[in-house]
Design a protein around this ligand. Structure first.
Ligand code: DI6
Ligand code: FE
Length: 410
């Protein structure tokens, strides 16, 4: 990222800082100006203290429009091969996600298709999904592995995910999700597969800097809590962040376990219980809500949003973009679904794709808020009220997108 651009002064903007230190809904500031220098927010203060005529650099008149932090998609599986519309049709006819997975479809169908593609082909197939997210305002996107399930194929997926950042202006964070499904070669020997991940993959990924975190799918159709514990111990020993697909289809106590390891986030959470909520609060673990998967699978059990809110657990919101349970590359749609399906307020929803999304990726000090010292990842919208971002879905209202202070086009 080139961060040595000309300084910029932005004025005549409504700034939704999402900074909890600002005592207003959305951390909203009117009559303020913003100076960007070296890719960062250098100064934020009363507009009256800046004279646009005397500013040495580029001056931007925001026209009274809304400025927000860049959006953050903190949970995606957007690198994969193939597509699974056949399963969609089967589910519409009464089949279940779990039944399809148990007979070798589901995640394993995508594993077969992903193993067939090389790194370059994976990048090509992922590009439209990543561009869709970015065109709507995403400036940070997390991408998981998990459709390779061999050492070589997991590394290939992570390299493809990292390579995407050379084609699209976006911050990419990658997560090793080798414990997504038991690979066919290890059927009935899932402990041996966990051994392989702990002995070979995690050390290699840490050494080569190919991922920032380790994720697991803790579920009856995937890995049990003791296996997840071993994976977390190894991840921690190698200095990687910890995340988990937890309590999506049943309650195996994964969230409580992850909180004990100081996880950055636990995700899905439809079957989360009160004891886990208390543990997450204590550990500072983010609850990442994924309404796309809930909607697309036609789930009826809701994540306990009211209890999370009451306990003061931070809530992120993400797409879970993947070929099976959430083939949706739109954070704007998630903002709307987060409110309509899960009962988030528009303010909670926007915080979920900015400040709390950053926290779920261990990036709280870098992005997700408009505050001095943070990266200048900024969006200018042709909107007056930040609630409109959750309210209206369809029209494109994004006027400018800045990544580290640079205007970008995707
Ligand atoms: N939970 C999900 O929703 C995705 N992975 C997971 O562990 C689904 C992935 C897929 O169906 O391909
Ligand atoms: Fe997921």
């Amino acid at each position: 990222m080139n961060t040595t651009t000309t300084p910029q002064l932005w004025y005549n903007v409504r700034i939704a800082t999402l900074d909890p230190r600002v005592d207003a809904p959305y951390g909203l500031l009117d009559d303020q100006a913003l100076v960007i220098r070296d890719g960062h927010i250098h100064w934020l203060g009363p507009a009256a203290e800046q004279d646009p005529a005397r500013f040495e650099g580029t001056v931007v008149n925001g026209g009274g429009r809304l400025l927000t932090p860049g959006l953050i998609d903190s949970h995606t599986h957007l690198v994969y091969g193939g597509q699974r519309s056949n399963e969609f049709a089967a589910r519409l006819a009464g089949d279940s996600y779990e039944a399809i997975a148990r007979r070798g479809g589901g995640i394993l169908a995508t594993v077969n298709a992903t193993r067939e593609l090389d790194e370059a082909a994976l990048v090509q197939t992922a590009l439209p999904r990543l561009r869709a997210l970015c065109a709507e305002g995403a400036t940070t996107v997390e991408i998981k592995s998990g459709y390779g399930l061999t050492v070589a194929d997991e590394l290939k997926m992570l390299r493809a995910a990292k390579a995407l950042a050379r084609q699209v202006p976006v911050r990419i964070r990658t997560t090793l999700l080798a414990a997504h499904a038991v690979p066919p070669e290890y059927k009935g020997r899932s402990d041996d597969y966990v051994d392989l991940i702990c002995r070979e993959l995690i050390p290699r990924v840490a050494e080569e800097g190919l991922a920032e975190a380790v994720d697991v799918f803790c579920e009856n159709i995937a890995f049990d809590a003791p296996q997840c514990e071993r994976l977390f111990e190894t991840a921690r020993a190698h200095g990687l962040g910890i995340k988990g697909h937890m309590e999506q289809l049943s309650n195996l106590g994964g969230s409580r376990l992850a909180a004990r390891f100081g996880a950055w986030s636990v995700d899905h959470l439809e079957y989360l219980d009160d004891a886990a909520i208390a543990a997450m609060k204590e550990a500072g673990t983010v609850a990442c809500l994924l309404p796309g998967a809930f909607y697309f699978l036609g789930e009826t059990k809701l994540p306990p949003v009211a209890a999370l809110r009451e306990a003061g657990v931070p809530m992120a919101l993400a797409t879970d973009c993947n070929p099976g349970s959430s083939p949706l590359a739109s954070l704007r749609l998630m903002l709307n679904m987060g409110c309509v399906l899960f009962g988030l307020t528009p303010e909670e929803a926007l915080a979920g794709v900015t400040r709390e999304g950053a926290r779920a990726l261990g990036l709280s000090e870098e992005t997700g808020m408009i505050r001095e010292g943070m990266a200048a990842d900024l969006l200018l919208w042709d909107l007056d009220d930040p609630a409109q971002l959750s309210y209206e879905f369809g029209p494109q209202r994004l006027v400018k997108r800045l990544l580290a202070g640079e205007e970008t086009h995707v």
